[in-house]
Design a binder for this molecule. Structure first.
Ligand SMILES: [Zn+2]
Length: 143
């Protein structure tokens, strides 16, 4: 059967999904700021463009949308595969996952410490606060 969504509509849909994914990142940024951390945003020159970085001790934080980055946790309620056009989506999502792994490996090789915060985790501020605290403290202690 022919696909009824035109390319224009599809990119419009994707833009909407993407902008919705901005919210978890804002949540993490707000939380870090309240915890007293001052960070830099969108390190465009680094592999994978981490969302949040710190100059000192080189921690890098990614805030990943569970769908786009295919969160693999069994309790994640957001990741699911689309119901149609799997021939299009599966390789695309697989590439995203592969790219994430490569970026993280590359960053670690460059001396960065990497933490991934998942969209579903941002539903519980106390959980991410614990995770961020643990990560940032452990990074500072390893120096
Ligand atoms: Zn998730």
């Amino acid at each position: 059967m022919a696909d009824t969504i035109t390319p224009v509509c599809r990119s419009e849909n994707m833009r909407r999904i993407r902008s919705k994914n901005m919210t978890p990142e804002l949540e993490v940024r707000r939380l870090l700021f309240r915890m007293g951390y001052r960070y830099r945003l969108h390190a465009r020159l680094l592999p994978g463009h981490p969302d949040i970085i710190f100059q000192k001790h080189k921690p890098a934080i990614f805030v990943h949308g569970c769908f786009w980055h295919q969160h693999g946790a069994p309790n994640c309620k957001i990741t699911r595969l689309p119901k149609s056009r799997l021939d299009y989506w599966l390789p695309k999502l697989e590439r995203n996952k592969q790219r994430d792994l490569e970026s993280i490996a590359f960053l670690k090789h460059m001396g960065w410490k990497v933490c991934v915060i998942w969209e579903c985790e941002t539903k519980s501020p106390s959980t991410i606060k614990r995770k961020l605290n643990y990560f940032l403290k452990s990074v500072c202690e390893t120096i």
